[in-house]
Design a protein around this ligand. Structure first.
Ligand code: DC
Length: 235
């Protein structure tokens, strides 16, 4: 894929709670890109495994689940609806139970191998922004613009707690611990661990607003793509 500004990929990786999905959705809206939430794909597998009572160590059952799974996204105003096997799972995949199960699911090589082609296919032929942990390192190593969005653990936990304000008795301490555990699991797994791609641009959002981060990404985008737009296409 060439950086012609017509067809390109932006990847946004980073740890939990850094603001990847909020920011990616806004950038998608501003630049008319399709938004691919790869975390929602792992969450959907976790949801389906839970529904079907499949243990993650049962590779035969998991293999069968993966060969039949259908995951699709549907943009709906500012929402990104997620469907798994034709069920709207948008809300159900955001529970603390699925947070944990998705993290475990994402460490299973069989699952990663099955989702990789689906993630690439989802962006086929369309300018896209991909939100994940390994979007810039594994899914789209040739992406034209790679962002690594980080923030300190306390700031990320506070944001998560705010998002989960409806769900009562969760404390800042337990959210901080849950995020730290997920960070550790995501960064230490053998296959496609969370890490910043060598050619990614680091944005630390600890003291930035969502709009500040979007502006930075848009500036990077325009600096890179407006220049290419003016160049002849030597494909
Ligand atoms: O971004 P999220 O919290 O919705 O992701 C859910 C889980 O999936 C999280 O534990 C990390 C994992 N994940 C991954 O391993 N690779 C990705 N590309 C995206 C998410």
């Amino acid at each position: 894929m060439k950086a012609t500004g017509k067809n390109f990929v932006i990847t946004v990786d980073g740890p939990s709670g850094a603001g990847k999905s909020t920011i990616s959705k806004r950038i998608a809206a501003r630049l008319s890109l399709i938004y691919i939430d790869t975390g929602a794909m792992y969450r959907s597998v976790a949801w389906a495994a839970l529904k079907q009572g499949i243990n993650l160590t049962d590779t035969t059952a998991l293999d069968q689940l993966l060969s039949n799974i259908k995951i699709r996204f549907q943009a709906d105003d500012d929402k990104n609806l997620v469907f798994c096997n034709d069920n709207d799972v948008t809300t159900e995949i955001r529970t603390p139970q699925i947070d944990q199960l998705a993290s475990a699911v994402s460490g299973v090589p069989l699952v990663r191998d099955a989702l990789l082609p689906l993630q690439r296919e989802a962006a086929q032929g369309c300018p896209a922004i991909i939100d994940g942990r390994d979007a810039g390192t594994v899914i789209f190593p040739e992406a034209e613009l790679k962002i690594y969005l980080d923030a300190d653990l306390k700031a990320r936990a506070r944001r998560r707690l705010k998002d989960q304000a409806g769900s009562s008795e969760i404390s800042l301490q337990s959210v901080t611990q849950a995020i730290a555990d997920r960070d550790a699991a995501d960064s230490s797994r053998a296959q496609a661990p969370l890490r910043m791609a060598d050619d990614a641009i680091l944005i630390d959002s600890t003291n930035l607003t969502i709009e500040d981060v979007c502006e930075k990404i848009l500036q990077l985008f325009h600096a890179r793509f407006d220049k290419h737009e003016e160049e002849p296409d030597h494909e």
